[in-house]
Write a protein that binds this ligand. Sequence first.
Ligand SMILES: Cc1cc2nc3c(=O)[nH]c(=O)nc-3n(C[C@H](O)[C@H](O)[C@H](O)COP(=O)(O)OP(=O)(O)OC[C@H]3O[C@@H](n4cnc5c(N)ncnc54)[C@H](O)[C@@H]3O)c2cc1C
Length: 401
Amino acid sequence: MELLDDSIVPEEARTVKQEAREFAQEHIAPNAEEYFERGEYAEDILQEGMDAELVAQDIPEEYGGRGLSLSEVLAIAEEFYRADGGIALTLQLASFGAEIVVDHGSEEQKAEYIRPVAENEQRTGLAVSEPDTGSDLAGMSTTAEKDAAEQDSASPASTEATQDGDEWVLNGEKYWVGNGVEADWVTVYAKTGDDPDNRYGNYSLFIVPTDTDGYDAEHIPEKMAFRASKQAHITFDDCRIPEDHLIGVQGAGFYMLAEFFNHGRIVVSGHGLGLAAAAIEEASEFVHDREAFGRSVNEFQAVQHDLAEMRMEFESARALAWRAAKKVANGDQPGYWAALSKATATEAAVDCAERGMQLHGGRSVLTNRRIARVYRDVRVPVIYEGTNPVQRNLIYRQAPR
Ligand SMILES: Cc1cc2nc3c(=O)[nH]c(=O)nc-3n(C[C@H](O)[C@H](O)[C@H](O)COP(=O)(O)OP(=O)(O)OC[C@H]3O[C@@H](n4cnc5c(N)ncnc54)[C@H](O)[C@@H]3O)c2cc1C
C-alpha cells in the first residue's frame, strides 16, 4: 500500500523523501515498539539520523546545513511519523527554535550557535509554554530584565528592560520544552515590557545556553504518547545571559514566533499525515486477515465504508497540506494556510486512528499493537504548535475576505 506516494510532492523534495523512507524503515519502525514501552529518549536513533544527514538540515548551507526547504522537511515528517511519532519527534526537535536564530539572529550568533547545530555537535529546544499558560502567547510571565545593578539607582524598580546594563536576567518557568534537559541551548520567549496597550509587543526571544547558572531543567512525568521523546520543566532563577543573546529586535518576540509557527505548522501537518497513513495501513491489513461469519471482515460494507472514509480524510488533508506548504513558502497568507493545514491533517489522524481502533476489535487495546500506539500518539499534534481550537481562531480571523 503506497499512501505517501510522491506524485503530490514537488520534484525537489523527492530525493530526501526517499532517504527519509529508507531511514525510517531501517532505523525507526523496527525500534518503535521497544522505545514506546521503555519511554526513553531515542538517543541512538538520533545519532543515526545525524549520520544520515537527516537531522537539523533545514539550516542553510552557508552555516553548515543542507538548506532543506519547507517541502523537504514536510516530506521527511510524513515518512518519519508514519514509522513512529515519538522517535520522529526526537529527530525533528534536535534543532527546534534554531530556525528563529537563522532568520533573525546576528552573524555572530549564527557562527557561534547555528553552525554547531547544523554540524550535529549541539542540539536545541524552544521554550515558550509555561506551567500556567500555553495558548496565550501574550500571557506568559517569564521575565527578562536588564541587570538591575546597572540601572540608574534613582529610577523606580521596573519589570521593563532598559538599554542599560550588559546582561539579561531571566526569572520564571517554562513547561513542555522538548530537549529542555538534553539541549545545549534553548530559544526562550520572555517578557521584556509591560505595556497594556501593546500586549504582543512585550515579548522578546533569547539564546540561553543550558549550562548557564540559574538554568535548571528536569523531565516532566511519564507521558501516554510520544514516549520516545522527552520534554522538560525549566526554571530560571536569576539566570544571567549576555546582552547580545537577544535575538533580533527587543519586543518583536511574538511576531518572530508567529512567523516560525507558520512553517512549524506545515511540518506538523506531516506529523498528522504520517500517523494517519500508519492507521490506515494497520487497519486495512487487519480487516483483510480477520474472519467473521465465514467471511473476511473487509467484505462487510460497513467496514469498507470505514476504510473509504479514512481515505477520504487522508487524501483531502494531504492535498491541502502540500498546497499550504507552497503558500507558506511563498509568503502567501501563510498564517491562514498553516492553521488550516495543521488542524485538518492532525484531525484526519485522530479520526483514522479512532476508526482503525474500532476495526481492530478487542485487539485494539493491546498495548503492543501499532494501532494502539498510533491512537495514543494522535492526541499530541492536535495540541502542540497551537491547539486546534486556536487554529480555528486563526483560520476565521485570517481567512481571505
Ligand atoms: C508532547 C508535547 C510537546 C510539546 N513541546 C513543546 C515545546 O517544545 N516547547 C513549548 O514551548 N511547548 C511545547 N508543548 C506545549 C504545547 O505547545 C501546549 O501544550 C499548547 O500550546 C497548549 O497549551 P496548554 O497545554 O497550556 O493548554 P491551554 O492553553 O491551557 O489550553 C487548554 C484548553 O483551552 C483551549 N483554549 C485556550 N485558549 C483558547 C482560545 N483562545 N480559543 C479556544 N480555545 C482555547 C485549548 O484549545 C485547550 O483545549 C508541547 C506539548 C506537548 C503535549
